[in-house]
Design a protein around this ligand. Structure first.
Ligand code: BJ8
Length: 422
C-alpha cells in the first residue's frame, strides 16, 4: 500500500494502534480469500479495493471533503442512501465487523453487548477507523436497544442524527417513516447547504436502484446449478457495496456478472458436484466478518444466498421511479424501505416468507440461521422461523457466534454433521 500516514494523521487517527490493525488484515484476507481456487478474474477489482480499504477510498473521501462535500456514516439498511446522494453527500456504511475493535467498545459498553455494536463504538473511540474519522455526521436508527443507547454515547464523539424507525408496519407507521425521511432531508440540506429537489432525488433513486439491480444480477447467478462464484466472494462484494463509489461499483459488478454468466454457460463451477447448497439467514456480517461463510465453505458446504442486511435485504425491492413530486418520492422511499423484514419489527412474518421463497429460488438444501451473540431480536425470532421451516420440511441449524475464531472448530464439527444429513 502507498504511504498514507500523513492522511491518517490529518484524520486524527491513532497511528500506532492502526498499524496493528493494518498488520492483521492482509494475512487474514489472504488466508480466507486468496486461498480459494478458480475465482472469477473480475474478483481482482475487489481484491484491490480490500487492499486499499484504508487507503485509496479514504483519499477519495478526503478529496470530496476538500471540495465541500460531506461524508455521512450509516449503520443500517433502513437509512435511505438516496437522500444522502441527493444532498450531494457521500454515504459510507460503518458497521464494525472486526474483533480488533471490541475491547475498546467494552471500555464504555457492557460486555454482554452485540459485537457489531461494540466494534462500531470501539472503532470510533480507538481512532483506528478512517471511515469514522472522515464522517461529518453519522446516522443512527431506533432498531435494537443496543444500537439505540450506543447513539447517545457516540454523540459525545461525533454528531449523530437518529432516525426513529417504527417497529410495526401499519399505515400510521408508514406515515411516521415518511416524516422521518422528511426530517432527514431537512437535516442534510442544512448540513450540506444543498437543496434536495425532485430532480436530484429522482436521479439518486435511479442510481441506488441500479446498485440494487446489479446485486440482484449477482445473486441471480448463484441460482445456477453449477455455482460460478463462492458465497464468500459474493458476501465480500455486498460488503464493499456499502462504501465504494456507487457508479464505479455498479460498473465493476456488471463486468463481474458478465463473467459469471459466461461461466454458467460453460458449466464452470467453483464447487464440486453434490456440494450442499446453503441459505444463510440472520444478522448482518459487517466487513471483515467472513467467519461463518469461511467455515461453511471449508466444511463441505456452499453458500448460495444470504437473507441478511449484507445480502438480500440490502437490494431486494426497488424504489418506484415513477413518483414525480417530492412527496410522492418520499412515499415511494418509505414504501420500499418498510418492506425490509428486520427482526426489530413485530410481527415479522414477511421474513419467514422470504426465507422460504429464497430457499426454493436458490434451490438450497439447508438453512444456517446465524445470530451474533446478545442479539435478542434475531435469537428470539429463531423459534418462529424454525417452526415454519419444520412445517415445510426444510432443515435448519442455528449458529450463534461472534467475531472471535475461538469457537471455529466447534462450529465446523456441527456444520459437517448438518451437511452430512442433507
Ligand atoms: S435492518 S438487522 S442493519 S437493525 S446491532 S439488530 S445484530 S443486536 S444490525 Fe441491523 Fe438494520 Fe435490522 Fe439490518 Fe442485532 Fe446487533 Fe442490534 Fe443488529
Amino acid at each position: 500500500m502507498a504511504d498514507y500516514r500523513e492522511m491518517w494523521q490529518s484524520l486524527d487517527m491513532d497511528l500506532e494502534k492502526h498499524d496493528q490493525l493494518c498488520e492483521i488484515l492482509p494475512q487474514f484476507y489472504g488466508d480466507i480469500y486468496l486461498s480459494q481456487e478458480n475465482r472469477p478474474e473480475a474478483m481482482n477489482y475487489y481484491n484491490f479495493v480490500v487492499s486499499e480499504v484504508h487507503g485509496l477510498r479514504i483519499k477519495e473521501l478526503c478529496e470530496h471533503r476538500k471540495n465541500g462535500k460531506k461524508v455521512i456514516g450509516t449503520f443500517c439498511v433502513f437509512v435511505p442512501d438516496e437522500v444522502i446522494n441527493a444532498a450531494g453527500a457521500v454515504g459510507v456504511g460503518l458497521c464494525g465487523g472486526s474483533e480488533f475493535w471490541e475491547p475498546d467498545g467494552e471500555k464504555i459498553l457492557p460486555r454482554n453487548t452485540c459485537p457489531l455494536v461494540k466494534a462500531s463504538v470501539g472503532a470510533k473511540i480507538s481512532g483506528t477507523c478512517p471511515y469514522f474519522q472522515s464522517c461529518d455526521l453519522i446516522v443512527g436508527e431506533t432498531t435494537c436497544d443496543g444500537k439505540k443507547k450506543a447513539w447517545e454515547i457516540l454523540n459525545e464523539y461525533i454528531p449523530v442524527h437518529v432516525m426513529d424507525l417504527p417497529q410495526m408496519k401499519r399505515e400510521k407507521d408508514n406515515i411516521h417513516w415518511q416524516d422521518e425521511i422528511k426530517m432527514f432531508i431537512r437535516k442534510l440540506e442544512k448540513l450540506t447547504g444543498n437543496k434536495i429537489t425532485e430532480e436530484s432525488l429522482a436521479q439518486s433513486i435511479k442510481l441506488i436502484n441500479k446498485r440494487r439491480k446489479v446485486l440482484a444480477r449477482l445473486y441471480n447467478a448463484r441460482k445456477a446449478d453449477k455455482l460460478p462464484i463462492s458465497g464468500k466472494d459474493a458476501l465480500l462484494i455486498s460488503q464493499i457495496a456499502f462504501y465504494d463509489d456507487p457508479k464505479r461499483f455498479i460498473e465493476k459488478t456488471n463486468e463481474l456478472c458478465d463473467e459469471l454468466e459466461k461461466r454458467i454457460e460453460n458449466g464452470v463451477s467453483v464447487f464440486k458436484e453434490g456440494t450442499p447448497r446453503i441459505l444463510v439467514t440472520g444478522t448482518p456480517m459487517a466487513i471483515p466478518n467472513w467467519k461463518l461463510h469461511h467455515i461453511i465453505e471449508t466444511s463441505g458446504g456452499a453458500v448460495v444466498c444470504e437473507e441478511t442486511c449484507t445480502g438480500s435485504r440490502y437490494f431486494e425491492n426497488l424504489v418506484d421511479e415513477d413518483a414525480k413530486t417530492l412527496d410522492d418520492q418520499i412515499k415511494a422511499l418509505a414504501d420500499r424501505y418498510l418492506n425490509i423484514n428486520c427482526a426489530c419489527f413485530t410481527p415479522n412474518s414477511g421474513r419467514i416468507d422470504d426465507i422460504i421463497k429464497y430457499y426454493k429460488e436458490y434451490r438450497a438444501d439447508g438453512v444456517v440461521y446465524f445470530t451474533l451473540p446478545f442479539c435478542q431480536t434475531y435469537a428470539t425470532e429463531f423459534k418462529k422461523v424454525k417452526d415454519a421451516l419444520d412445517k415445510e420440511g426444510i432443515p435448519v441449524i442455528m449458529i450463534e457466534t461472534g467475531y472471535s475464531l475461538q469457537d471455529a472448530g466447534q462450529i465446523k464439527t456441527r456444520l459437517e454433521a448438518f451437511f452430512e444429513m442433507l
